[in-house]
Design a binder for this molecule. Structure first.
Ligand SMILES: [Zn+2]
Ligand SMILES: [Zn+2]
Length: 154
């Protein structure tokens, strides 16, 4: 698997292959050293049991979604349909808009799961089974606060 280590200081994301992960990486954003503790399960692409950045054990799942792609499909669809609407072709306008929404849904359905660390928001991609729970705002609040206090951001 590969994970995106989030710098505790500046939130820059640094992609790291778990298999050959070094014991520490240097942040390209602020230049600080980020120590990594990569568990065996992580190296072998079995599961995410412990976060290599903050050593937390709480994760949630979200879709690996690039909002830019989905949004651009909708915008282009809306623009084309607006043009048809302008010329009084309502039916064509609506069907194009509907089509753009369908493409969006198709993109969304094919997305892979992504496991995210509640505390430092590092992201984990791989063939392993994503067993984490869905995002919970309350848990996120509590854990993020705890983490930020620990690394001295608050
Ligand atoms: Zn940094
Ligand atoms: Zn973490």
């Amino acid at each position: 698997m590969e994970f995106l280590a989030k710098c505790p200081k500046c939130d820059a994301g640094l992609p790291v292959p778990a298999l050959n992960a070094p014991s520490s990486i240097t942040c390209g954003g602020c230049g600080c050293d980020i120590p990594l503790v990569v568990s065996d399960a992580l190296r072998e692409d079995r599961a995410v049991d412990q976060c290599p950045v903050c050593s937390g054990g709480d994760f949630y799942i979200r879709k690996d979604f690039d909002p830019k792609i989905g949004l651009s499909v909708v915008i282009v669809g809306a623009l084309i349909s607006a043009a048809f609407y302008w010329y009084g072709r309502d039916l064509i306008a609506y069907s194009i808009l509907g089509f753009a929404t369908l493409i969006d849904l198709a993109i969304y359905g094919r997305l892979k799961d992504l496991t995210v660390c509640y505390r430092c928001r590092s992201e984990f991609r791989g063939a392993f089974e994503h067993k984490a729970v869905a995002f919970d705002l309350h848990t996120a609040d509590v854990l993020e606060m705890e983490y930020e206090r620990r690394i001295g951001r608050r």
